[in-house]
Ligand binder design. Structure first.
Ligand code: AHM
Ligand code: MG
Length: 328
């Protein structure tokens, strides 16, 4: 079975002008993922569970593992100077990666949610990392906010790491989606899920239905009809988006995070949660939309902006969009 390293080399050779810079970014993410995976697996043993006592820019209390994962990914990317800027869910502002005059400027920027699924950290349930890679578009030597506010269609690559019963590294560069499982005994990721494709039909829907009372009427109508016996739907909701999405990609299904009274724009962040997942799901043959547009075509205005998020099998999204268009 091919390793992630071998897969990267094979793909790099397909591009004549490739400098290897992109592979280095994936190598750094892979390294940090292994350390986070190790830490997540022994979380109950050491004093790393629980809250740090601080809050992030979104007012959410930060967990020790959140902060640990953030520091680790940032260090892995900055120490090697393989990117010129990073934005993270756990940092208010984007981070400049300074290069000395003798060093070649990097062309890539990374947006990352270092440890997604905060509510599951303390209870031994799957967690994830989500990342998105773009090219710097501004001309000056330093990255600026606009470099991060690019539409999802401009992504060079996107991926997630799932810390589940096994640790899986899934990513796309726009030529399909491939998944690599970590063999923890030797610390190597192997190509276990080549060319992941969503099944044509889906029967799962994943949503936090406790917020039903304040969902838009269109979503309520869709949910009502999803309970029809002849559809044979089932609900599955872990509350860690990476796990919910990964399961739905393999089994077929729809993930929904609509606006509600608590989160009028939805809860999920466009730049480092919705866009990367949208790119992966589309590459696997599915669709990802907001209330009335394709997620990846939204022009971002803020680093931490939220967006209603619906993604999964194309047929299920088409069906949902029928409802959204009728009543909004
Ligand atoms: P987080 O970034 O604070 O972990 O929040 C994102 C997570 C997603 O993984 C998940 O889909 C969602 O929040 C669950 O939210 P809720 O608890 O409102 O259902
Ligand atoms: Mg998150």
């Amino acid at each position: 079975m091919k390793t992630l390293g071998e897969f990267l080399i094979a793909n790099q050779q397909k591009f004549q002008d490739s400098t290897g810079e992109f592979s280095k970014v994936i190598h750094a993410l892979r390294l940090a993922a292994k350390v986070v995976s190790h830490e997540v697996n022994k979380a109950g043993l050491v004093d790393i569970l629980g809250e740090v006592g601080t809050t992030n820019i979104q007012g959410e209390s930060q967990q020790k593992l959140d902060v640990f994962a953030h520091d680790l990914f940032i260090k892995a990317l900055t120490n090697r100077k393989i990117v010129c800027g990073i934005a993270s869910e756990e940092a208010d502002d984007f981070i400049q990666v300074k290069h000395s005059e003798s060093e070649k400027e990097s062309k890539y920027i990374v947006l990352i949610d270092p440890l997604d699924g905060s509510s599951n950290i303390d209870v031994n349930v799957s967690l994830g990392t989500i990342f998105s890679i773009y090219k710097k578009k501004s001309k000056g030597s330093e990255v600026v906010l606009d470099d991060f506010l690019q539409a999802g269609t401009e992504q060079v690559a996107a991926g997630y790491i799932l810390y589940g019963t096994s640790t899986l590294f899934v990513y796309t560069t726009g030529q399909g989606v491939n998944g690599f499982t970590l063999n923890p005994a030797i610390g190597t990721f192997y190509l276990s899920h080549p060319n992941i494709t969503l099944p044509r039909e889906g029967h799962i829907y994943s949503i936090n239905e406790a917020n039903y009372a304040s969902f838009p009427q269109a979503v309520k109508d869709f949910l009502k009809k999803s309970k029809a016996e002849d559809l044979n739907y089932t609900t599955r909701y872990i509350g860690s988006m990476v796990s919910d999405i990964h399961r739905n990609m393999l089994k077929g299904g729809l993930f929904l995070y609509p606006p509600n009274a608590k989160s009028p724009n939805g809860k999920l962040r466009l730049l480092y949660e919705c866009n990367p997942i949208a790119y992966i799901v589309e590459q696997a043959g599915g669709m990802a939309v907001s209330m009335d547009k394709r997620i990846m075509e939204i022009e971002p205005t803020e680093l931490h902006q939220r967006e209603p998020f619906f993604c999964g099998n194309s047929e299920m999204i088409d069906d949902l969009q029928g409802y959204l268009q009728k009543t909004e």
